[in-house]
Design a protein around this ligand. Structure first.
Ligand SMILES: [Zn+2]
Length: 424
């Protein structure tokens, strides 16, 4: 079907009827298994005539445009190899980038470059490390910010994570904002200086680099949510925030069907990306004590501050007694007051099982929140708000992010029970 469409498009180009050819949008649907392959953009040089174009189209690659003897194609790695074997020079397009109007967003390469720049500019307080590789082999950066950054000091640790869901690009900007905030304000803003000196701050700016890059392939959005791992039945993608190992798939808060947007995967931690972050979090257990005390996992959208559990509507459940529930609700309320979001237990939105915050709390005792960022409603751009909102909507979470880091020493302070739970 796709090949036919390409052949027809090529014929149109050859006839001079159109100069720019794109795959029919219906074929580009992310749920179409034919399109949901491991496709990427390539430039093919030496494409001079009708026969060249047909040979390339015959490999199964989609020809997006032909300009001055160079064809821009969308192809699987196998298709790209076939084109190469025909004798053409094939160059992998580094990145498509965001649609021009949204160039203010960072794609993967731009994000990595900014992190490298920041680490180079602030070597004494920032390190750029790696969680490991994504399914498609992209490096998943891990940022540490603290004084004496190369040492593992005995300080409360806080974790900020972003981009489990591919199309939620504003969350990457949130993470980059935090990197800038903690590094550039160190030594200038006393509050930030104090936090960097007394905390170990971990930032994971991109949990889903494969999905994020796929979502902007071709310079247009694909409304993609999951990662890019084969899921069976020709479909791709596991919902990373349903793949965590506490009450996995328990409660109809995720789907066992491969084509579903909330497909939880064949088993907990089946996705390389969730394995990577899980392994890092587990590595922060020192002498049996988890060093990470508090966390925010950034998502979009709805403007909500959410806390565990997501798998049950009950406010208290195993591992979450009355004091813990009160601490979550009180701290969640304080955070929400600072950014104007609505605070509520995660399950008030809808039941989710296998989420990161349920796992972080239930198995590691981390005070873990989900932030659903801007906008509050779909008419303000939904998952794709314009780049013009980035500065305001990331700075909006400055206070909440600092408050969480401050409470990382003992969250029970918010209900006045630090003596009982955090004895010195
Ligand atoms: Zn999300």
């Amino acid at each position: 079907m796709l090949a036919l469409a390409v052949a027809r498009s090529v014929a149109l180009v050859a006839a001079g009827l159109v100069t720019l050819v794109a795959v029919n949008p219906a074929d580009a649907s992310p749920t179409n298994p034919e399109y949901s392959q491991n496709s990427a953009s390539y430039v093919v040089a030496g494409v001079n005539d009708y026969a060249d174009r047909n040979r390339i189209g015959g490999t199964g690659a989609a020809i997006d445009s032909v300009v001055n003897g160079r064809a821009n194609v969308t192809a699987t790695p196998e298709e790209a190899r076939r084109i190469q074997r025909l004798g053409y020079r094939v160059i992998r397009a580094q990145t498509e980038g965001f649609p021009a109007a949204d160039a203010g967003y960072h794609d993967y390469a731009e994000m990595m470059a900014e992190l490298d720049r920041a680490a180079k500019a602030h070597p004494t307080i920032m390190r750029k490390l790696s969680l490991g590789k994504s399914y498609e082999g992209r490096d998943m950066p891990l940022i540490k910010i603290s004084d004496n950054v190369t040492e593992d000091e005995d300080e409360p640790e806080v974790l900020y994570g972003a981009h489990q869901h591919a199309r939620e690009h504003l969350t990457v900007e949130m993470a980059l904002y935090l990197v800038r905030l903690f590094t550039e304000q160190y030594g200038k803003d006393p509050r930030i200086t104090r936090l960097v000196n007394s905390r170990e701050i971990w930032i994971v700016p991109d949990m889903n680099p494969d999905g994020g890059e796929y979502d902007i392939v071709g310079g247009q959005y694909h409304n993609w949510r999951k990662n890019r791992q084969p899921a069976g039945d020709g479909y791709r993608g596991v919902d990373l925030n349903r793949n965590w190992g506490y009450k996995f798939g328990c409660c109809q808060g995720s789907s066992p069907v491969a084509s579903s947007e909330t497909y939880h995967g064949p088993r907990a931690f089946s996705a390389p990306e969730t394995q990577r972050l899980r392994d890092f979090v587990l590595s922060r257990r020192v002498g049996g004590v988890q060093q990470i005390r508090a966390a925010i996992d950034f998502h979009t959208y709805s403007e909500l501050v959410l806390w565990p559990y997501g798998y049950t509507e009950r406010p208290s459940a195993p591992g979450l007694g009355q004091d813990q529930q009160r601490t979550f609700a009180t701290l969640g309320g304080i955070l929400a007051k600072s950014n104007g979001y609505t605070p509520e237990q995660s399950s008030s939105l809808y039941i989710t099982d296998g989420s990161i915050i349920d796992w972080l709390w239930a198995t590691q005792g981390v005070w873990a929140f989900t932030f659903e960022m801007y906008p509050g409603s779909p008419d303000k751009g939904g998952f794709y708000p314009p780049a013009s909102v980035i500065a305001e909507q990331t700075a909006r979470n400055r206070e909440a992010s600092l408050l969480l880091a401050e409470y990382a020493d003992c969250a029970y302070r918010v209900i006045g029970k630090q003596q009982q739970y955090c004895p010195r």
